[in-house]
Write a protein that binds this ligand. Structure first.
Ligand code: FMN
Length: 325
């Protein structure tokens, strides 16, 4: 399938694997790229710029297809070494960067000088327009359904995607709640040029996370997630577990008095314990309603082939059958 996204990134299928903390290692990114999508290594999961350089080199050993690196701009106690991370990307010959958290304006001249395509992740049309204005090549439009941080506007993709299509000139991928060929076809119908998936890619053979994490996603229904940190305007959708129950109880009890320090035990530094050790009650981890559509743990290649075959069949048979020939 050819879209503006496949052309932009030089990939076979219009499917991107979004950056995911403690999931987006070289193994997953390479598997997605080898399957014809765009795999993304998660920059900030690597403790230093040198480690990111090694991870990029490892990914390159596993694939000769294009892959990207995610750089998430986060408010941190000790600022991350962003100049070092971007240098590692440039030196590693990576030609696609996914940015998130804050717009990448400051870094655009450096990225453009080095021929790097930038896709910025946005949860609103106004942020997507800003990304377009500062020269991003594409945006990932993340609706309220998305994993990670959905923002505070709560606009689901059924509204957000056609709104983005009304306003944007640059290509965009639909993100949040995407799982199969139906998601892809619906996104294309609403004006997107492809899809970005997070949660669906965690439940794959190659995702280098503990089996308990994959099993939890397959077993979860669309009713098993909760929204946390809303009072702190740092909303995240997570899988319900005992740590999340404890966190929500604190949110309710403290109301407007809630501080980040009150919930630090449930959210800070928990990803390695969950993703690597499989301790599923260690804290809050991002997992969204799309879990209700995830019933198996395929290889990335089987997943992408299945999505493309289903999308083609839907377009050629089901949709074509509704219009007069
Ligand atoms: C466990 C997990 C960790 C994530 N970590 C990041 C991150 O570090 N940076 C980022 O930009 N997005 C992050 N995301 C968001 C994904 O890249 C993607 O935009 C989102 O998962 C799409 O929604 P979906 O999960 O419904 O497919 C994360 C998502 C999940 C599920």
């Amino acid at each position: 399938m050819k879209t503006r996204i496949t052309e932009l990134f030089g990939i076979e299928h219009p499917i991107i694997q979004g950056g995911m903390h403690y999931v987006g290692f070289a193994e997953l990114a390479a598997a997605v790229s080898n399957a014809g999508g765009l795999g993304i290594v998660t920059g900030l999961t690597q403790p230093s710029a040198e480690d990111l350089a090694k991870e990029i080199a490892r990914c390159r050993e596993m694939t000769d297809k294009p892959f990207g690196v995610n750089i998430t701009f986060l408010p941190m106690l000790k600022a991350a070494d962003y100049p070092g991370y971007f240098q590692a990307i440039i030196d590693g010959g990576v030609k696609a960067v996914e940015t998130a958290g804050n717009n990448p304006q400051e870094w655009m001249p450096l990225l453009k000088e080095n021929g790097i395509k930038v896709i910025h992740k946005c949860t609103s049309v106004r942020h997507a327009l800003k990304a377009q204005k500062i020269g991003c090549d594409a945006v990932s439009v993340d609706g309220f359904e998305c994993g990670g941080h959905p923002g505070e506007d709560d606009i689901p993709n059924m509204i957000l995607l056609p709104r983005a299509a009304e306003e944007l000139e640059i290509p965009f991928v639909a993100s949040g709640g995407m799982a199969d060929g139906r998601s892809l076809v619906a996104s294309l119908a609403m004006g997107a040029d492809g899809i970005n998936m997070g949660t669906r890619f965690i439940a794959t053979q190659e995702a280098p996370v503990h089996d308990n994490v994959k099993k939890a996603i397959v077993e979860a229904s669309e009713l098993d997630t909760r929204l946390i940190m809303r009072p702190l305007r740092n909303t995240e959708r997570v899988l319900a577990n005992s740590a999340v129950d404890r966190l929500l109880e604190k949110e309710q009890r403290l109301g407007k008095e809630l501080q980040f320090s009150d919930i630090i035990e449930e959210v800070a530094g928990v990803y390695p314990r969950i993703m690597t050790e499989g301790d599923m009650d260690a804290g809050a981890w991002s997992c969204v309603m799309v879990a209700g559509l995830i019933h198996d743990i395929p290889t990335c290649k089987d997943l992408l082939d299945r999505i493309m075959a289903q999308a083609e069949q839907l377009i050629r048979e089901r949709l074509a059958s509704f219009v007069a020939s």
